[in-house]
Design a protein. Structure first.
Length: 170
C-alpha cells in the first residue's frame, strides 16, 4: 500500500518546526558530542520535509577548496533520514543515489533538504538536495530508499535521540 504525501494539509502546520533532538550523543550527522561531526540542526519545513544549514570548513575539504563528496553524501543521507522521521518513520538507508551537479565550496554556506516522496509499509522513498544559501543554486541531489526499523529499535532510538518531544505529525 502506497501513501502519497502530496495531499497533506500543510495549513495545519506552524512551520518551520525545529526537530527537538537531544545533544548528548555522538552521531556524526547531528550529535553535539562528536568533535568531528557535522552538528546539523534540522527544522521541519513541511509535513514530510526538513532542512538544515551547514557551513563547510577546511576539515571537510577533498580537493583544494572543494568539499569532499563523502561529506556531501552524508549531508544528503542525514537530511533524508530526518525527513522520514518527520513523516513518522525511524529508518536506515537501504539505497542512496547521489548526483553531484556543481562543487560544494569550502566556506560557502549551504542548505540541505530531505523530502519523503513515497511511504509504503516497510520502505520509505526520499529525495534530497543541497543548494547554496547565497543564490539557491542546486549543488547536489539524491534519491534513496530507506527501510523502517523494527518497533523495538525505533523505541530505543526515540529514547536515545529525542528530548521528550512528541514525534512530528505525519
Amino acid at each position: 500500500m502506497t501513501t502519497e504525501h502530496r495531499d497533506l494539509d500543510i495549513d495545519r502546520f506552524d512551520l518551520p518546526i525545529p526537530l527537538d533532538v537531544r545533544s548528548d550523543h555522538g552521531c556524526f550527522g547531528c550529535g553535539r558530542l562528536n568533535p568531528y561531526g557535522l552538528r546539523l540542526r534540522f527544522v521541519q519545513i513541511g509535513p514530510v520535509e526538513v532542512m538544515a544549514e551547514f557551513e563547510p570548513g577546511a576539515v571537510h575539504e577533498g580537493f583544494a577548496g572543494v568539499v569532499h563528496g563523502g561529506i556531501v553524501t552524508t549531508l544528503l543521507d542525514e537530511a533524508m533520514a530526518w525527513a522520514a522521521f518527520a513523516a513518522g518513520a525511524w529508518v536506515v538507508t537501504a539505497r542512496l543515489d547521489v548526483r553531484f551537479r556543481r562543487p560544494v565550496v569550502v566556506g560557502e554556506p549551504v542548505r540541505v533538504f530531505g523530502r519523503v516522496r513515497d511511504d509504503r509499509r516497510r520502505l520509505v522513498e526520499v529525495d534530497g538536495r543541497v543548494a547554496r544559501v547565497a543564490d539557491g543554486v542546486l549543488l547536489a541531489e539524491a534519491s534513496g530508499a530507506f527501510v523502517r526499523v523494527p518497533p523495538e529499535q525505533a523505541a530505543a532510538w526515540r529514547a536515545q535521540y529525542l528530548d521528550g518531544a512528541d514525534e512530528p505529525a505525519s
